[in-house]
Design a protein around this ligand. Structure first.
Ligand SMILES: [Zn+2]
Length: 278
């Protein structure tokens, strides 16, 4: 089904995704016999409103709510269009709206930051939503890509919406607000649920099977492990790119190294000069 931002593509029975710009973010839609749930909301309140109309038409049942997988603009900033429904997100999302970057991003996207809304049903760990003959589980497996990542599981269809904990179209976004050390543990929560039939829907890119999920978990863990190793060897930040063995391209690693060094420094892990013993 077409709408102005794209179209809903069926992934499994009663489960769709649409790709919205900017950022080519995946938005999910899950329908049961009595209601539907939207997963992620687009980049602005206006885009959220258009998405809402298209989602209700596509689902053929009333929208019962929307869930935001994490606090980044392309997933979160459309949420205001759903504020008369239950809206679900991690409890940290209200605080995230007060970050310095929010007014800057809102200006770039063409609306006022006051137009944004936090989830009106914040959650700490998990929630179950009945859609009629089908339920979805919303789970926070711990910090990873951000402090408040949520995963949306459709058990009967073996579909899992992962937000940006996993990505297919590029390496995972390891930005300043990621939790690199804890990220693999959050992914273990997902990996404990998968089998050969599971379809994983990332925040960006094509849906994939468990093999890519296991690979990406290992890659993220290896980036952290390599930085920890280099710091232990006394390698300074400016030398780390050349000194390390990396799972991703130089640009990706160069961007994440200052973040990783800062996160490890906050745990007291800093490169110390190694003395030659005579
Ligand atoms: Zn993100």
């Amino acid at each position: 089904m077409q709408f102005s931002e794209g179209r809903f593509e069926q992934l499994r029975d009663g489960i769709w995704r649409a790709v919205l710009q900017p950022a080519a973010v995946n938005v999910g839609l899950v329908a049961g016999s009595t209601g539907a749930l939207l997963i992620d909301t687009g980049s602005s309140p206006a885009q959220g409103a258009r998405l809402r109309a298209a989602a209700e038409q596509r689902a053929g049942v009333p929208l019962l709510g929307a869930v935001v997988t994490h606090a980044h603009f392309d997933h979160y900033y459309g949420l205001a269009a759903f504020d008369d429904l239950p809206t679900h997100g991690h409890e940290s999302l209200a605080t995230a709206l007060r970050a310095d970057r929010v007014p800057v991003e809102a200006a770039e996207l063409g609306f006022a930051p006051d137009d944004l809304r936090a989830p009106n049903r914040p959650l700490t760990l998990a929630r179950l939503i009945d859609l009629g003959g089908r339920h979805v589980e919303i789970v926070h497996f711990g910090p990873g890509h951000t402090a408040g990542d949520l995963v949306v599981i459709v058990p009967d269809a073996q579909v899992i919406f992962t937000g940006d904990l996993l990505e297919q179209s590029a390496p995972p976004a390891m930005g300043p607000d990621c939790h690199l050390k804890q990220w693999p543990a959050a992914l273990d929560g997902i990996l404990g649920l998968v089998n050969e039939h599971t379809l994983l829907v990332p925040g960006h890119g094509e849906p994939f099977d468990r093999v890519l999920a296991f690979t990406q978990r290992a890659e993220i863990s290896a980036v952290y492990g390599q930085v920890e190793f280099l710091i232990g060897q006394g390698v300074k930040l400016e030398d780390a790119l050349a000194a390390g063995q990396w799972q991703y391209d130089d640009a990706t690693i160069a961007a994440v190294l200052p973040i990783a060094y800062a996160q490890l420094a906050s745990e007291g892990k800093v490169p110390r000069p190694t003395l030659r013993l005579l």
